[in-house]
Design a protein around this ligand. Structure first.
Ligand code: HEM
Ligand SMILES: [Cu+2]
Length: 616
């Protein structure tokens, strides 16, 4: 509308609801992931309580199935995904020397879609029961309304809405990383976390559409009695499995590659060495990303696709061990001879290595198709995937939190509490999940709510639940650390860890425009290069001038609310509400299209002296 140059300063809650600042959106992603982590963690804990003793009757039948489904779905879609987006938002623009992401408005929209999708899914608890088809929602458990009330409708629409948000986020980061790197920041000078973010953004671009299509078909099956997957109407359950795993397998790499990126930042920093084999790390990342799309059928060995298909996918799966092995050795060689500092971030990285390697080994075991006929749907599988997603992704997320917390929040997390957190978590993790390998081979099936006494499963299950107590304690220590730090934590300097990449060259937390002057990049480990040349700061690539900023907007939230409301209309077959919700969303899109918004400018005298480089 107007070409106003006034600064739209907003404060308090309104600021958070309307912000398009990638750093604030990053914090909101992290906070939301934290909230869902607590919910998903409680669900896990309740399941373990039920399984602590044979013939227990705490949460049985449908209740257990709901806990299991919601735990898995929550952890994957509403904890690991948003936490990764949180770090990407908080870190990637800083690492490439950019002032923002390519599409700030879209970034905010992506967050609100994810968040309201997660809320929608959790509403199901209070609306007649959560979904109970497992996080994979296999048909016909999921496609026919005969089976599970409205729970699965919440699943379908919750994932659809949040999936749209993830797709937008992925596209945004692809464009940001391709287009917005500072002068001199070639692809081969990008920090590894940015590299992994780039690769997983591409994976999101290709992996989420199959899920979207699958969910739409399931939506039609459930709400309009179509028969895509429901065999009673001539549908085909295997098609759903293909669509799901064409998304689902790359998804596990979407979750773990950024963790690899985090370790590739943390280990060199705390070894005071450059990352060993940078080029091979980049190559391995791209190769893993590519192979991630070639192996989805290893989730379907027992479907009956035949020995030829199974063999091809088995070999392709095992091939991924090669680039992954390259990465593991590069981390070890980075540590070798380094001046290692055992900070909390670094011990999470070090603890990750053996844990993840074990998950990798059981992965290769599962990849042998004939062996998989035995392991299939046993607790061995539960042990395997927790070793990779917890030992990989979650360890990575915690390492990243301790590493970047000062940059994100301007305060240092307490290291003593951090160490307590690590040891309780690490020990608890192995106590919980190691016995599950054995339980699996001893015959305990996956997704069961009880077992009989004296069949050799009692001790293993008991130990496993004891481990869960340790992990619960660890998370409480961490939450306490967060609260304590926010109140009285030590203030962070710009570069508390003697870091190597660009984000450490600016103040903690970063000013809203990130860089008063976009820096000139002269090599890999851009900031380290300057430090070694005796410089305290990056060399600017441009004179100090006005900085253009995007305006905040409430539209992304309202747009997402429209879809949220409309979902209830679909779930309860009230098409007035469904239509009204969609109308809200389309109206927002219309307003966004016709409104002429040029953002605003920050003038040099509005920047703090420190960020302008006036005081050293
Ligand atoms: C905090 C400790 C955790 C404990 C104690 C725990 C425990 C469990 C249990 C008991 C099950 C049910 C297994 C079954 O009956 O088949 C389960 C399933 C699952 N968990 Fe966890 N879990 C934890 C953390 C995580 C994390 C961090 C993730 C992912 C980021 C995760 C992802 C999953 C998935 C995807 C399933 C499968 C659900 C399904 O089959 O629908 N879990 N977990
Ligand atoms: Cu897979």
């Amino acid at each position: 509308m107007s070409h106003s140059l006034s600064i739209n300063k907003r404060t308090g809650i309104w600021d958070w609801l309307t912000t398009v600042d990638h750093k604030k959106i990053g914090i909101m992603y992290l906070a939301a992931a934290g909230l869902f982590f607590v919910i998903g963690g409680i669900e896990a804990f309740l399941m373990r309580l039920q399984l602590m003793y044979p013939n227990n009757d705490l949460f049985v039948g449908s209740t257990f199935n709901q806990l299991m489904t919601m735990h898995g779905t929550t952890m994957i879609f509403f904890v690991a995904m948003p936490a990764i987006f949180g770090f990407m938002n908080a870190v990637v623009p800083l690492q490439i020397g950019a002032r923002d992401v390519a599409f700030p408005f879209l970034n905010s929209l992506g967050f609100w879609l994810f968040f309201l999708g997660g809320i929608l899914l959790n509403v199901s608890w209070f609306a007649g029961g959560a979904p109970e088809g497992g996080w994979t929602a296999y048909a016909p458990l999921s496609s026919s309304s005969l089976y599970t009330g409205t729970g699965l409708d919440y699943y379908v629409l919750g994932l659809q809405i949040s999936g749209a948000g993830s797709l937008m986020g992925g596209i945004n980061f692809l464009v940001t990383i391709i287009n917005m790197r500072a002068p001199g920041m070639t692809f081969m000078r990008m920090p590894l976390f940015t590299w992994t973010s780039f690769v997983i953004s591409a994976l999101i671009l290709f992996a989420f559409p199959p899920l979207t299509v699958g969910l739409f078909l399931m939506f039609f099956d459930r709400l309009f009695d179509a028969n895509f997957f429901d065999p009673t109407g001539g549908g085909n359950v295997v098609i759903w499995e293909h669509l799901f795993w064409i998304f689902g397998h790359p998804e596990v790499y979407i979750l773990v590659l950024p963790a690899f990126g985090i370790f590739s930042e943390v280990i060199p920093t705390f070894s005071k060495k450059r990352l060993f084999g940078y080029h091979s790390m980049v190559f391995a990342t791209v190769l893993i990303g590519f192979l991630g799309f070639m192996v989805w059928v290893h989730h379907m060995f027992t479907v009956g696709l035949g020995p030829l298909a199974n063999s091809i996918f088995a070999v392709a799966t095992m091939a991924i061990a090669v680039p992954t092995g390259i990465k593991i050795f590069n981390w070890l060689f980075t540590l070798w001879g380094g001046q290692i500092r055992f900070t909390t971030a670094n011990i999470f990285a070090l603890g990750f290595i053996p844990s993840f390697v074990m998950g990798g080994v059981t992965g290769v075991m599962l990849a042998m198709a004939p062996a998989d006929f035995q392991f299939q749907d046993s607790y061995f599988v539960v042990a395997h995937f927790h070793y990779v997603i917890l030992g990989g992704t979650v360890f990575g997320l915690f390492a990243g939190l301790y590493y970047w917390w000062p940059k994100i929040f301007g305060r240092m997390l307490n290291e003593t509490l951090g160490k307590w957190h690590f040891w309780l978590f690490f020990i608890g993790f192995h106590i919980t999940f190691f016995p599950q390998h054995l339980l699996g081979v001893w015959g305990m099936p996956r997704r069961v709510f009880t077992y009989l006494p004296n069949q050799g499963l009692d001790t293993g299950n008991f130990i496993s639940t004891v481990g869960a107590f340790f992990m619960g304690a660890a998370v409480i220590v961490f939450l306490f650390n967060v609260i304590w730090t926010t109140k009285r934590g030590e203030r962070a300097v710009n570069d508390p860890w003697d870091g190597r990449s660009l984000e450490w060259s600016i103040s903690s937390p970063a000013p809203e425009y990130n860089f008063a002057q976009i820096p000139q990049i002269r090599g890999l480990d851009a900031y380290w290069v300057e430090k070694m040349a005796g410089n305290k700061e990056m060399k600017p690539s441009e004179p100090l001038g006005e900085i253009h900023m995007p305006s905040p907007s409430i539209l992304p939230l309202i747009m997402s609310l429209g879809l949220f409301i409309s979902s209830f209309g679909f779930i309860y077959h009230n098409y007035y509400i469904a239509g009204a919700g969609l109308l809200i969303t389309f109206a927002c899109m219309f307003i966004r299209s016709i409104k002429d918004d040029h953002g605003y400018h920050i003038k040099p005298d509005e920047m703090s002296e420190r960020d302008r480089g006036i005081t050293a």
